[in-house]
Design a protein around this ligand. Sequence first.
Ligand code: ADP
Ligand code: MG
Length: 565
Amino acid sequence: MQRLRSTLDRIDRKGYGAYKDLSGSHDFGLFVLFVDRVQRDPFAPPTLIRIRTRENAFDPTLFENPVRRVAFEDFLSRSVEREIRRIVRGDRGSGGSGRVEIQRASQVVLPRTSMVVEPGYVEARMAVGLPARGRSVDARAARTVLLEELPEVVRRGLVPAPEGGVDGVRARLNVETVEDADHVRRLLPELGLVAFVADGAVLPRESGASDRPLRDGAVPFESPGEYRVEVGLPNRGVVSGMGVPEGVTLVAGGGFHGKSTLLSALSWGIYDHVPGDGRELAVARGDAVKVRAEDGRSVSGVDISAMIGELPGGRTTEDFSTPNASGSTSQAANIAEAIEVGTSLLLVDEDTSATNFMIRDERMRELVRREPISPFIDLVRPLHRSLGVSTVVVVGGVGDYLDVADRVILLEDYAPSDATSRSREVTNRFPPRAPLAEREVRPPRERAIDATSIDLSRGKRQSARSRGLHTIELGRERVELSYLEQLAEAGQTEAVARIIREWAAASEVRGVGELVREALGSISMKGLDSLGSFQGHPGEMSLPRPQEVAAAVNRVRSLRTTPQS
Ligand code: ADP
Ligand code: MG
């Protein structure tokens, strides 16, 4: 600390580059500050630091198993974020002077590089904008940030009471909430369920732009009696809620009655949520994939033959490529790719689906003889029968789906009820307009990726990085991920970019599934930090799912693939 102070005195008013002398470690007593990478000027990306506490004085049961540890790290990361907002003034000169940042967490709990909890210490990874006046060192402001604000953030946000300010009760609630959700998710297969939504869950969100819970007028979830199951949780005891069984489940209801909200809650149920989110116990199979139409996307060598037959000009669809997919072919590719990397649950919303992919009525069957598409309605049962892939499909307008549903959940004024037997009466009174043309489906043929087709060169540099949540920049290509509805935060996008960078660097031809499994296997063994590039400081990353990693590489426009035998 003394050395830091004298270094700052010495470099005051010098050129900004003099901040380089802060590199290395500084002992603050309560913690050690590591300055891993110093920014070159006040406008450049901020300086990367780590703060490692002298000891870990938290109750060890908070991190006694891997699930608890992730939850506790998530809790501490948010705790530091909150204290930064309270304590750090920021705006202490030019550029990012005086700013202190830690990776922003979304509503979901994920392994992140921002926080590490070990038995002997706790380490927060952060970024600081070293203060400047113009382009020279402002040592006085730097002293305030590094010697006053930062230690206060650590005391309040990273050290347990009584010495520090972290509330053990809240920490415990976080850990136990996540452990309970994880427990239910693991239980789903043996219960024959694809999802569970606890009674009392609050599913609607604050707005289309915010993932926080709706505060005013939210109707808590209440399971229909027919689907009510009870599960015993490790911490909360027995909880009741709606169990969605395997097979084909239809969610029906009038417009604006909460169908999409329920489906969206299921799609986020792949992740654990923080206490207070409302969806803490809305869980789905971890491999669930929400599929939608995405016209304009590129498709590379995907076997969509189960869904779409021969195309104009006799083009086969076992190895389908296009730089510009239509609504229906994009949705077919999204499904085939999801099955290729592995899924047991598809989530489909009529709102975001291509109509001609979903159904085809009698009149169109008569008028249009050369229709290559087998509508999803003909596939949804075979998908379950032959491949074990269940579907939850939201339908407001297309009553034909009543014929293929194992059960129908009706939403009225946000309240679900079981409408399965009523739907049977309806289908008897109004027989299908077009006969079902079900046929067996086989799994899509797997592809191998030719990594040499991923070109990372951008001028003289090699580059692969995220630009926010929905874009990855690979060399000169921008990969568009806006339609990946289950990507939760930018840290995941960054991790995906780095995984793809490693593939590109290896220049091999390897199976998609194999590559993804290997990448995530290596992360689970070596930790997310292993994707990092700077010595000591890994940058801001969160753990992505295999499904999103595959989805991202599948959207690379230059991608070349070959069918695997
Ligand atoms: P649908 O898909 O059936 O047309 P949405 O799911 O889009 O309906 O929901 C319509 C509106 O109702 C949205 O603004 C949503 O936030 C709100 N909403 C959904 N579920 C609830 C609920 N349980 N309580 C209060 N508002 C809700
Ligand atoms: Mg809707």
